[in-house]
Write a protein that binds this ligand. Structure first.
Ligand code: 2BA
Length: 109
């Protein structure tokens, strides 16, 4: 068995969850926050059989859309505030970031 952890954008979560549940997979949705943007995103946990990993990651990868976001960098700590001009910077947030790891034991009561 494998644990698929997928970090996706909030906007894509309903469509991805619907597709996964229609395909018969069980998923847990967690509200998460990106460390860089400090913006909300969604983390999905799916425990699946080894042979199901490719189908799951393909579905998530296909439905997760990458988007550009404008970020205004924070002023440097201790730096001169009068010369700091916060120009927005564009970052591309990926459609999905996924990690796959082995599950040693699966119990359900
Ligand atoms: P955030 O950490 O909020 O990052 C959002 C986007 O900002 C990233 O998109 C990337 O384009 C940019 N970014 C992140 N850290 C950066 C840095 N140090 N310098 C410059 N740009 C940076 P993605 O790479 O697609 O990541 C989307 C979200 O997936 C991340 O949100 C984070 O929540 C998660 N993530 C990505 N890589 C991860 C990792 N190695 N471990 C844990 N979570 C990860």
């Amino acid at each position: 068995m494998k644990l698929v952890v997928a970090i996706i954008q909030d906007k894509d979560a309903p469509r991805i969850l619907e597709a996964l549940t229609q395909q018969g997979y069980r998923a847990t949705k967690l509200a998460s926050t990106g460390g860089f943007l400090r913006d909300g995103n969604t983390t999905l946990l799916l425990c699946v059989e080894d042979h199901e990993v490719d189908a799951v990651t393909e579905t998530i990868g296909k439905l997760g859309k990458s988007r550009e976001k404008l970020v205004t960098p924070m002023a440097p700590v201790g730096g001169p505030m009068d010369s700091y001009v916060p120009y927005p910077v564009e970052v591309v947030v990926g459609g999905a970031t996924m990690f796959v790891s082995p599950v040693e034991r699966f119990e359900k009561f």
